[in-house]
Design a protein around this ligand. Sequence first.
Ligand code: COA
Length: 333
Amino acid sequence: MAFSRITGLGYYVPDNIITNNDLTKWMETSDEWIQERTGIRERRYFEHGKDTNYSMAAAASRQALERAGLAPNDIDVIVYATITPDYFFPGSAFLMQRELGMDGKPVIDIRQQCSGFVYALSIADQFIKSGMYKTALVIGSEIQSSWIDKTTAGRNTAVIFGDGAGAAVLTATEDPQHCILSTHLHADGRFAEDLFVKEPGSSRPGRAATKEMLDEGGFNVHMNGNAVFKHAIVRFGEVINEALEANGYQQSDLDLLVPHQANIRISDYVRQQLGLDEAQVVNNIQRFGNTTAASIPIAMAEAWEQGRLQDGNLICLAAFGSGFTWASALIRW
Ligand code: COA
């Protein structure tokens, strides 16, 4: 029986730091409001001409591969999560595959928004468990800064999001004590419009993308922040407990929670629900904002660098996002 083990983690964030005070140049907001409601102090924005969605993913992947002791061509499959691809099609996985010289290797582009990385991890895990592949590269990479409306009209989402990429290398193992124990995926399309970008959309009269759509704000992120908040605090707890119960564990068995970095208030609420102390939850939203599919692999890679992922630890990844989607992965490190 094959299992998958995470053998390398890497991340890349652009050098360009945007503080809350920087945002006040473009919109009516304040450092105090943003920190109080979201916990965010600063985020990174990509630099045009230097960073692309796929180049950030490639940088994160190189680091993850080096830490796993593997070369790009040792990888059997790439699963790449992003909602902000370089092109409308083909997906960014193709561009990153080319960048890393992995020609001919299969690539899978997925979306799944803030749950993208956990969904991608689950897909890669199934390939390895089935025996079809022995190694996988799982990516979350986002450039949100070119999508958000940086005027006062867009301030409820503009202050939240940032750019960055994270990557994990998965390797087949027969050791059930050091592997991904299970993954749990959910979705509820009834709430699709509570957090979405409407355009460009194909089901429109005329062209799929027009100047009118741009003028009407159809390319902007629309969020019902209240609905997102209310569902997130319930679904996070549910999907973490589901992972624990599926493996015969209790909340007190958990060593570390790596939640999607949506909002510090959501993360704190979930931590209290589960009876975890602050050191048991990874939070870096203060420095990077919400980087959508990239947030969990960035947080995991940082936690690994800080020595917070120790041999034998029980670690849970949990995500919630647009769709709505929510998902978890339980890992014995
Ligand atoms: N700066 C200053 N004021 C702002 C603001 C900003 N960036 N964004 C919104 N406001 C204002 C609103 O206009 C509103 O003003 P009004 O009372 O005069 O109408 C007021 O602040 C409260 O707005 P509201 O949207 O009710 O705030 P909130 O307390 O619900 O907080 C969020 C907004 C977005 C922080 C909160 O809803 C949230 O965290 N939701 C979850 C979002 C999330 O995690 N998204 C990612 C999911 S993966």
